[in-house]
Design a protein around this ligand. Structure first.
Ligand code: CP3
Length: 320
């Protein structure tokens, strides 16, 4: 999950010096930000500092990270002709800085903890391209799916191909596991997920270098979990809106699960946060294949010492 970011004073200090995209594109600085939570928190894995939208910049859609607003796409892709106009993505020349960041982080970590690379899943990346930014109801995206299914399919194929090459590039550079973020896929019905998304996510996962664990995550996915499992992944990421034990039984105990503390629990008094974390470990029941995590990224308002207290608690309880 996102563990670097604005809740860390040392990250905010970096952002005084660098604009967000410039930070992502500067391998030494991005490596430093990747390592910040490792040094401060004692987490068990590093997650590459990058963004799911870096890979779409070469499409020529006008990507910008506006202060306080999140990502903006200035020329959204809403119809067949816009899909046809997209420039091809040459992954190697488009994002060499990401691969260089991976190499620097691996050298710096010296195998203290593994490094997780990541990409957005095709649906979530497409949703930004079509909507032009975050959305409540994803109506432009659904309109494209329903009214111009061939254009939707073409867009998803373009993305799936680029995303698989992007993740394999991270793996080749040294990423030891990869996570696919389908953060906004929970807006879809199970039927639409199966018809418009599953084949493309499956195509990405199928194309990945064998032997590298794949974590497949989404939010609002209670009804989608069986289909997400079919799409693939060695680990299914769960958000906090599901009970971990029920969700694990739904996806099957032959797959690992990751999750699922509500990130807002980190804003609660420490005693409350600890109870909530314990409840999740109780639902996991000591079964092998549970990766304790938040159900989504750390919120900017979170006190950093709460995150450290959570890491310590999970280590203490799970070593018993
Ligand atoms: O711990 C890490 O190093 C994680 C790095 C990371 C970022 N983005 C950095 C970032 C990861 C894993 C992502 C993935 C990402 N980006 C996702 C999927 C994960 C998720 O949380 O669902 C999504 C949907 C995006 C798109 C994106 N990028 C959004 C919605 C935003 C704005 C959100 C916000 O908090 O304002 C970003 C910007 C972004 N990406 C920030 C960071 C640290 C905040 C930028 C800043 O102002 O410094």
């Amino acid at each position: 999950m996102r563990q670097a970011g604005r809740y860390l004073p040392e990250y905010r200090a970096m952002r005084e010096r660098f604009d967000f995209l410039d930070l992502c594109k500067n391998p030494n600085a991005a490596a430093e930000v990747t390592l910040q939570p490792i040094d401060r928190l004692g987490v068990d894995a590093a997650i590459l500092f990058a963004d799911i939208l870096l890979i779409v910049e070469p499409l020529g859609v006008g990507l910008e990270f506006a202060r306080g607003e999140g990502p903006v796409i200035h020329r959204p892709v809403r119809a067949e002709d816009a899909v046809a106009r997209l420039k091809p993505i040459d992954v190697e020349s488009a994002v060499p800085f990401v691969f260089e960041t991976v190499r620097i982080v691996r050298r710096a970590l010296q195998d203290r903890v593994p490094l997780i690379g990541f990409a957005g899943a095709p649906f979530t990346v497409a949703s930004y391209l079509v909507e032009g930014g975050p959305s409540r109801d994803y109506l432009h995206t659904k309109r494209l799916m329903y009214e111009e299914p061939a254009a939707w399919r073409r867009l998803m194929e373009i993305l799936a191909d680029a995303l698989a090459r992007y993740l394999n590039g991270q793996i080749e550079a040294g990423a030891q596991a990869v996570q696919l973020f389908d953060s906004w896929v929970g807006v879809l019905s199970p039927d639409d997920y199966r018809a418009f998304v599953l084949p493309h996510t499956h195509a990405v996962i199928r194309a990945l270098t064998p032997g590298v664990p794949v974590i497949h995550f989404g939010t609002g996915t209670a009804a989608l979990l069986p289909a997400m499992r079919e799409a693939g992944g060695d680990v299914i990421g769960l958000d906090w809106r599901v009970d971990l034990d029920t969700a694990w039984a739904t996806v099957g105990h032959d797959v690992a699960v990751q999750g699922n503390l509500d990130p807002a629990a980190l804003l609660a008094p420490l005693a409350v946060m600890r109870e909530k974390a314990k409840a999740i470990l109780a639902r996991a029941g000591g079964r092998p294949g549970h990766i304790f995590n938040l159900g989504h990224g750390v919120l900017p308002q979170t006190p950093a010492f709460h995150v450290k207290a959570l890491v310590d608690l999970v280590h203490e309880l799970s070593s018993r």
